[in-house]
Ligand binder design. Sequence first.
Ligand code: SF4
Length: 437
Amino acid sequence: MRTRSSKKNSINVVTLGCSKNIYDSEVLMGQLKANGKEVTHEAPEEEEGNIVVINTCGFIDNAKQESIDTILHYADKKQRGEVDQVYVTGCLSERYKPDLESEIPDVDAYFGTRDMPLLLKTLGADYKHELVGERMTTTPKHFAYLKIAEGCDRPCSFCAIPLMRGGHRSTPIEDLVTEAQKLAAKGVKELILIAQDLTYYGLDLYKERRLGALLKALVKVEGIEWIRLHYLFPSGFPQDVLDIIREEPKVCNYIDIPLQHIADPVLKSMRRGTTKAKTDALLAMMREKVPGITIRTTLIAGYPGETEEDHQVVLDWVREQRFDRLGVFAYSHEENTHAFNLEDDVPAEVKQQRVDEIMAIQMDISRELNEQKVGKEYRVLIDRKEGAHFVGRTEFDSPDVDNEVLVPAEDIYLKIGDFCTVKVVEAHDYDLIAEVL
Ligand code: SF4
């Protein structure tokens, strides 16, 4: 007979995966708190409660493995009587519920990505609709994610996200403005707009693209100083957004646009709805309309059928485009995606070699671009103190994924969450060293 844990009666939420999962965990915790529940986020072992909710990721192999390992970790703890209840939600659970139920039966219950009311009920709480925009943020107080839509209607062949998150659903502008006002009232200065595809915003609700209109509403929110755009899509790109980025000082000169590939045969097979020529024209227009814009992109290496020639096209293009920020994933063969019908014919070691080749080029570009910043002044938002440095970001850097500015901490004191103006004195592959002016 399993013994009850000696832990206090509280719920510990553990989040895996992307910023959208972080957002969902924050909403869940906000609901639990409003129901009078004691709730923590990834509490240290000794402070962990007796109930655990794991918000999983089911995107690609590595992420799935991390989620399974986390579930097994807490299932073992339950076996040992160290926790009493374990619940699993999020993308992996949405995608593989029947398998998980049979393979890891120690979990009390599995929930899908749209089952929050049911999960809350199971935890003895009621879903409170009046809490729109209320959540327990887990990010440092001065920045927060704002999820403007959920799901995706795009047909990208390699992507399992629509299987886990459903079709595109935009959140009404007025609800997002209310949420931004509440966040600003709590001290948030930087809003990071997220969705699966920001450019699709409004097409369902307003029958037209309304990302521009949303930005115009959000820049009016007092206290918000930076608005950052993540996850834009290349085809059907709302050009008015570029004018707003140029004209509105609060909207960062920063765009995250995962392009995934550039060789036409691969773009076609990926069902990306664009071509190399169109993509290059879009990038050129971005740089022309918004001088000095920072462009972040993400690529996939080793997609089925990708030839050495296709890969060379990518390498030449990365050298030519000189992206400010770039990440690469090795292709992951995901069940029930369109690409799963293709042969996963690029060997794992070749996938990795191609990832490394792209990142080697990017590291040189990143260093060269950083060297051009030496001697220049930038406004920096201080995120934390780490060892002998205060660590912050310019408007050209998003938390956790981009470059950082390190300010030696001896003889100065900077307040976390404050802006300051710095002068860059040293450049590294990714980070910058600067002194406060
Ligand atoms: S835009 Fe494509 S890659 Fe992005 S979530 Fe949608 S289907 Fe997936």
